[in-house]
Design a protein around this ligand. Structure first.
Ligand SMILES: [Zn+2]
Ligand SMILES: [Zn+2]
Length: 190
């Protein structure tokens, strides 16, 4: 099923200052693990078996990745940065760094917004695909477990993903043309 299965996995260059204790993007021992740190909705994360590794890529294929662990349901982030960066809103799943591997990052570019350089938006500099979002230095043991994961633009995953959309966040920043989905949880902020 994996389009990248014939590609030898290569460890990618670290794009920026690495958060202490975070081994991204090296593959860890979490493959197939159903255990995810933190509470809240994590129990609802999709649990992947060894044969269910998810793969994804940008339009041109310059960036390919795989996810070999639990993946969160999709959240739609309407914050002003995600809105402009994606051109609409970011529909993203997320996974632990240990479960995330870049198969190739030949054209991957990380952008750090001037007003918050601690976050990084990952896109393809060749085809322009919006791919990833992450926090460079997550709070060590704060409540923000979602910032200790790689966020992945869900539309870049190969289908079927088996995922569902769970909620919208930062809806106060959504543009006025957009109609929010009343069938999911809508949070004005996070
Ligand atoms: Zn590309
Ligand atoms: Zn956002």
């Amino acid at each position: 099923m994996s389009q990248g299965s014939s590609v030898t996995a290569a460890r990618a260059a670290d794009p920026a200052p690495r958060a202490a204790g975070v081994s991204w993007p090296l593959r860890g021992g979490g493959r197939g693990s159903a255990v995810v740190a933190g509470g809240g909705g994590n129990a609802l994360w999709k649990k992947l078996s060894l044969s269910e590794t998810m793969t994804g890529r940008c339009v041109c294929g310059g960036v390919r990745y795989e996810v070999a662990g639990p993946a969160r349901p999709v959240w739609n982030c309407h914050c002003h940065r995600c809105r402009r960066w994606t051109g609409h809103f970011m529909a993203a799943t997320s996974c632990e760094y240990d479960d995330f591997t870049l198969i190739t990052d030949a054209t991957l570019h990380w952008h750090h917004p001037a007003d918050d350089p601690n976050v990084a938006y990952g896109s393809c500099r060749e085809c322009g695909s919006s791919l990833f979002w992450r926090v460079m230095e997550p709070p060590p043991d704060g409540p923000y477990v979602q910032t200790q994961c790689m966020w992945i633009c869900a539309g870049t995953l190969d289908t079927p993903t088996g995922l569902r959309t769970e909620r919208a966040i930062f809806t106060a920043d959504a543009s006025d043309y957009h109609t929010l989905d009343p069938n999911i949880e809508n949070r004005e902020w996070e």
